[in-house]
Design a protein around this ligand. Structure first.
Ligand SMILES: [Zn+2]
Ligand SMILES: [Zn+2]
Length: 282
């Protein structure tokens, strides 16, 4: 440790250690909590909501956890590079805007989430082009049947791209103090539930006037089972505007959400037959 502090300086070492502690705590708390909810609540009580019949094993989750550790190292390295090595500061930092805090915070979080969704859609869609897929995104899709631990299971290049939605928010916009924290918390909830394999949205969400705007668990689950299409993170907007929503998404979502107690994937009710995933035209 002494040698490391000599090379990098004590405050930089503290910055990295604090960053790793923060990343590891967030990821572990969210992924493990979702896993516990799946094992203790969803599997015994809401089995009909399980999107697919099979369940990934511990070896997959272990591999995802190790890849996620690498992602956290990348995130901290990016923090280090942008905010310490380059010393970049937001153009609005320290400006006295005099705005009331709570409306400012809520507005900032909404802007942050919408921006993240936009960044994610286009970055994700770009990573599905043949040239970039293998180098950047194939690692995430090793999890054909995802788990909550898939949330950060990225190659190094994808991890860096995933991080890059943050600097424009922090550096260019007058975000309220604490807003980026909540944008990241919302991302975690979406990420671990979206990879959880259990549909949590109510029946009829696909055409509900409000819920139709949000991506369901089946939305991202189909992305893992079928490849291209359904690229969005939080909202269905970009996929609908750009014509990349999976053509069987509505039918598959409603088939899962409409199952009654005792019915399971591939059972009596037509559901997402994982053995015969529908192929994508896009
Ligand atoms: Zn993808
Ligand atoms: Zn995924």
């Amino acid at each position: 440790m002494e040698l490391i502090t000599e090379i990098f300086g004590a405050s930089n070492v503290a910055f990295v250690l604090h960053g790793m502690e923060r990343e590891l705590t967030r990821y572990t708390v969210f992924a493990v909590s979702m896993y516990v909810i799946i094992v203790l609540i969803l599997t015994p009580l809401f089995r009909q909501r399980k999107i697919r019949r099979s369940t990934p094993g511990y070896s997959q989750m272990g591999a995802e956890f190790l890849r996620s550790l690498r992602t956290m190292v990348v995130f901290v390295a990016m923090d280090m590079l942008i905010f310490r090595a380059l010393g970049l500061r937001g153009i609005w930092w320290d400006a006295d805007l005099g705005w009331p805090y709570w409306p400012w915070l809520i507005g900032s979080v909404i802007v942050g989430v919408v921006w993240h969704d936009t960044w994610f859609y286009w970055m994700h869609r770009l990573m599905h082009t043949p040239r970039l897929y293998k180098a950047l995104h194939f690692t995430h899709h090793k999890s054909v049947n995802p788990t909550p631990f898939t949330a950060y299971s990225f190659a190094v290049g994808e991890a860096a791209l995933e991080y890059l939605f943050i600097p424009p928010l922090v550096l260019l916009l007058p975000m309220a103090p604490g807003a980026v924290f909540w944008v990241i918390m919302i991302m975690f909830v979406k990420n671990v539930t979206g990879h959880g394999g259990f549909e949590l949205f109510p029946k009829g969400s696909y055409s509900h006037p409000i819920l139709r705007h949000f991506t369901t668990v089946t939305h991202h689950d189909m992305h893992h089972s079928n490849g291209g299409g359904n690229y969005g993170l939080h909202f269905t907007w970009w996929d609908r505007w750009m014509g990349t929503e999976h053509k069987h998404y509505a039918a598959r979502f409603e088939a899962v959400a409409s199952r009654k107690r005792g019915e399971v994937a591939g059972g009596a009710v037509p559901g997402p037959a994982e053995t015969a995933p529908v192929s994508l035209s896009s």
